[in-house]
Design a protein around this ligand. Structure first.
Ligand SMILES: O=C(O)[C@H](O)[C@@H](O)[C@H](O)[C@H](O)COP(=O)(O)O
Length: 232
């Protein structure tokens, strides 16, 4: 059994998003106040869209906030599969438009070829990351740590910042921050919605085999604070 992290449940998505946006904004501003800059890592997918929109209106010194992605599909920036496109459309708007965003995709044709350049482009990011927002798939993946990929053990063991991942059961080759990179942060939020994701989360707590349910690599450690935000 994995010792449960902080688990906060909400009656509806709106209440979750309002509280999480407020908390993230406060933590980012505190980081700017203390260290002069802050770093935020966000995930793609459908869950965080409203959270991004709420965050974009928050009174944070966004020009001192560095934002990147937990993972990216290796597709063009105009593709509807692009997480960068999603972040530019929903988060890098309003007040947050002045944030310093660095995507993970570059001009190389594969993530394997582009990985080194991606890591060079992230080398200047404030680390440990101040805030990391993760989602979770129904297979227990987070970031692009897919249990069906041949790179899953590497993603969960390498000391490098990024890994290329070729998921069998999901579209597009990916680049992902590694477990080492994600856990080198001050605060992780796992943002999940719906009964099915709750059941997957509960199943993840049952044992520590992260290769089969990679979210366990995050839930099973207690060095980095992990707060789970769930709503029906
Ligand atoms: O690139 C991605 O798709 C995300 O980074 C991925 O890890 C996502 O967080 C989960 O797949 C949940 O996605 P949903 O929020 O759409 O359920």
């Amino acid at each position: 059994m994995i010792k449960e992290s902080v688990f906060k449940s909400f009656d509806n998505k709106e209440a979750l998003e309002a509280q999480l946006a407020e908390r993230i904004a406060k933590q980012l501003q505190e980081a700017v106040d203390i260290r002069g800059k802050a770093s935020l890592v966000v995930s793609g997918g459908s869950t965080p869209l409203k959270l991004f929109q709420l965050l974009s209106h928050k009174s944070v010194e966004w020009s001192d906030v560095y934002i990147t992605l937990a993972d990216e599909r290796w597709v063009g920036g105009e593709s509807d599969d692009s997480n960068e496109k999603l972040v530019r459309a929903h988060l890098l708007q309003n007040r947050a438009a002045s944030a310093k965003f660095q995507g993970l995709k570059n001009m190389f044709s594969t993530p394997e070829e582009g990985c080194e350049m991606t890591m060079e482009q992230l080398a200047h990011f404030p680390r440990p990351f101040d805030v990391v927002v993760l989602g979770m798939g129904n297979d227990g993946h987070t970031c692009s740590w897919f249990p069906c990929s041949k790179e899953i053990e590497l993603a969960l063991s390498t000391d490098k910042l990024c890994v290329a991942v070729n998921p069998g059961a999901a579209p597009n080759p990916r680049i992902s921050l590694s477990k080492t990179a994600i856990l080198a942060s001050r605060q992780i939020y796992l943002h999940i919605v719906g009964e099915q994701k709750l059941a997957v989360y509960r199943q993840a707590l049952e044992n520590e085999d992260a290769n089969s349910m990679p979210i366990r690599a995050v839930l099973g450690q207690h060095k980095t604070p992990v707060d789970v935000y769930w709503s029906a």
